[in-house]
Design a protein around this ligand. Structure first.
Ligand code: WT7
Length: 680
């Protein structure tokens, strides 16, 4: 660990040790236990190390295979694991076709418009089957797409997104959905990296009461991709209101086509699902890392689908008769795994909500839940904190009744957890705090809801078949249950892990395995622990407390932002010589980025104009979520004698912490100047 990083981890640990004591535990309500999918304590033994990797057959058996697999795990090209080798299956068929026999007329997806006057739209499995087939026909026959091609999607939360994803999966086309809130430039970069010749987007969507123009981002994305060397042949545009174009941005003749118009040609078409190798990539999901360039996390078909089906069944406790609402965005991995693929693999009814949870008021989620009869609810600690702040007594007076609630994305403070349990869950619902990452495909730590007690502030024990280890900085494994913080790693491969980083095998090895690999020549999985990049400690009862990132990644509202990405965005502003981004604790969002910039010598730029320009650059290059909480234009950066910017000093100032010993800095006097400027 570098000094900055260690400092940050220690601060986290100290902070959490003060506020998060060993917590009172809660038992799951009997009403939940009585109906739970997984009530057999024998599952722990079934998935213990003696039964690895065969234990994961249990998840693979939840799927329908076109050809059975011959081998569960092949480690011969470590750490490029192969799961369910020799098997063939189609993800779309598993999420749609196979449910027609029993659930043809049951809602697969229910779309809830942000506009409350627009009634919810339920898509039955039969109707989903029809739409997905027609879209697959369009992708195949109009676009000429085939298995292995990549397509970039830049879609908001409407049914067009899961329909497009499943249509791609039906053909074996690799979808790469870019979160709708990301900027056109971000999208263009991902188009280029994935080598997509098609962009699928939409004209507009509702967010916080505004019908936002989305098409304008497509033009920027295509220009950006072209600049980077990737030509886009066609832009396919879904209309938010079919038959009506809702964007002020003009269509580009010859390039832009309206999907719902072209689809008319394919009415009633059926496309046979293509049986794909278990190892064929299913999709890419870009995620931030420690360099400026986002990584294309490449997920496989068989292992991924098996893992999300298994965890949706045992952790989310989804039964076909449940109405399940994950209030995340499908544009993040949470939505891919736990709005689309996991729930649909289990024939669930999954809710797709377009808008902001607090629009037009904070009772909106509970009206949606009541109207649709939602009984499983999944959200982030940030949403919990925001709802609590907006009206701490409101949810208890509303009509929602959940059997199960989830949080994901960031640590939840015990008092926010208790509020979630009492006010939103009314003491009736079990809670799972699920820890995992984009690279993981599905949950890695969580309680099994009918078997394990809940402990506020802890993500719970490792899930079946996941064997964690916490290493110290010298690569020594900490004793289990020692309550000492270190680097959380997973000793074994599991079916949901990414195959590689798209186009960059070396980065895959370096990022996740290099540091703790015991022997780079080994083909034994035991030599290749996966490094999560999170600090954590394990309590005596085997529950993990996640302390946050140990690298240059900030977790804002449960979404990952690379500090380097923000810094590079700030550096594009003329006059800015240096930029440093630090994470600052925020009551609602967990962490928010603050940006420090220094100006080129002799620059006469107006600091207020620089602040505006930095804000604009972050929004333009990355997206609104990267907008800094504050921008400080400082006379100079605190630096080591070797010229390295001391981000930990800036982080201490922004967080009103002691800056520690700064006497060894090359320019110690600037620290006081900055502190006065920032803290007043
Ligand atoms: C990072 C991964 C896949 C989930 C959505 C975010 C943090 C995630 C928890 C949790 C504490 C958590 C970690 C992780 N994180 N879940 N339950 N408790 N921290 O996916 O963008 O890939 O971010 O989110 O720091 O490394 P992501």
């Amino acid at each position: 660990m570098t000094d900055d990083v260690r400092d940050e981890a220690e601060a986290n640990e100290a902070q959490i040790a003060v506020y998060w004591r060993e917590e009172q535990i809660f038992q799951p309500p009997q009403s939940f236990v009585a109906q739970a999918n997984m009530r057999d304590p024998g599952i722990r033994e079934r998935f213990d190390e003696a039964h690895f990797p065969d234990c994961f057959r249990e998840y693979a058996d939840m799927l329908t295979w076109s050809r059975p697999y011959e081998q569960v795990l092949d480690t011969s090209h470590a750490p490029f694991w192969k799961w369910f080798v020799g098997g063939k299956l189609n993800a779309c068929e598993n999420c749609v076709d196979r449910h027609l026999a029993n659930y043809r007329n049951k809602a697969a997806l229910i779309f809830v418009s942000e506009v409350e006057d627009e009634p919810p739209v339920a898509l039955t499995y039969q109707e989903l089957y029809v739409r997905v087939n027609e879209m697959a026909a369009l992708l195949r026959d109009y676009c000429g797409l085939k298995a292995g091609d990549r397509v970039t999607l830049h879609l908001p939360m409407t049914l067009d997104l899961p329909i497009t994803m499943l249509a791609c999966a039906r053909l074996g086309v690799i979808h790469s959905q870019v979160f709708g809130g990301f900027s056109g430039k971000s999208c263009g970069q991902r188009i280029q990296d994935s080598g997509s010749r098609y962009l699928i987007t939409c004209d507009a969507y509702w967010r916080s009461g505004q019908l936002i123009d989305h098409k304008e981002k497509a033009d920027i994305a295509v220009a950006q991709a072209r600049e980077l060397g990737q030509a886009v042949d066609k832009v396919l545009i879904w209309q938010r209101y079919p038959g009506k174009y809702s964007s002020p941005t003009a269509l580009v003749a010859g390039r832009d086509v309206i999907v719902n118009e072209v689809l008319k040609r394919y009415r009633g078409e059926r496309v046979a699902p293509v049986a794909m190798d278990a190892e064929a990539p299913l999709f890419l999901m870009y995620s931030s890392g420690t360099t400026g360039k986002p990584k294309g996390c490449q997920h496989r078909t068989g292992g991924y689908l098996a893992y999300v089906a298994g965890t949706s069944k045992y952790v989310q406790d989804i039964h076909p008769e449940d109405t399940y609402w994950c209030m995340a965005d499908i544009g993040w991995i949470t939505g891919h795994s736990y709005i689309v693929y996991g729930p649909l693999a289990l024939a669930a009814t999954s809710v797709v909500y377009e808008g902001t949870p607090t629009y037009p008021d904070v009772r909106r989620p509970w009206r949606v839940a009541e109207r649709l009869g939602v009984n499983i609810f999944h959200t982030s600690p940030t949403a919990v904190r925001a709802l609590r702040r907006a009206g701490p007594d409101i949810p208890a007076t509303c009509a929602q009744h959940f059997k199960h609630m989830t949080t994901v994305g960031e640590p939840i403070e015990p008092n926010a957890w208790r509020w979630y349990f009492d006010q939103i869950g009314k003491g009736e619902a079990v809670i799972c705090d699920t820890w995992w990452q984009t690279e993981n495909g599905g949950f890695l730590c969580s309680t099994l809801p009918a078997l394990d007690a809940m402990k506020p502030g802890s993500a719970g024990p490792a899930l079946p078949g996941i064997y964690p280890v916490i290493y110290d900085d010298d690569g020594k494994a900490l004793p289990r249950g020692s309550n000492i913080a270190g680097n959380l790693c997973i000793r074994n491969p599991w079916p949901g892990i990414i195959q590689t980083i798209w186009g960059d095998d070396q980065r895959f090895v370096d990022t996740y395995f290099k540091r703790y690999c015991k022997n780079p020549k080994s083909t034994d999985w035991r030599d290749w622990p996966y490094m999560s990049g999170d600090g954590a400690m394990e309590a005596a009862d085997g529950y993990f407390r996640i302390l946050g990132r140990i690298d240059d990644v900030i977790n804002v509202s449960g979404h990952r932002l690379g500090t380097k990405e923000i810094e590079s965005a700030a550096m594009t502003v003329p006059g800015v010589a240096e930029a440093a981004v630090v994470a600052v604790a925020d009551e609602v969002k967990g962490k928010v980025p603050e940006v420090y910039v220094s100006l080129a010598a002799g620059s006469k730029a107006d600091p207020a104009a620089i602040v505006d320009a930095v804000n604009a650059a972050c929004e333009d290059i990355i997206g609104k979520i990267a907008r800094p909480a504050r921008v400080h234009v400082v006379p100079d950066m605190p630096k080591t004698r070797s010229g390295k910017i001391m981000r930990r000093v800036l982080a201490a100032i922004s967080n009103h912490r002691d800056v520690g010993d700064v006497t060894t800095l090359a320019n110690a006097s600037v620290v006081d100047d900055i502190r006065r400027q920032v803290q007043g």
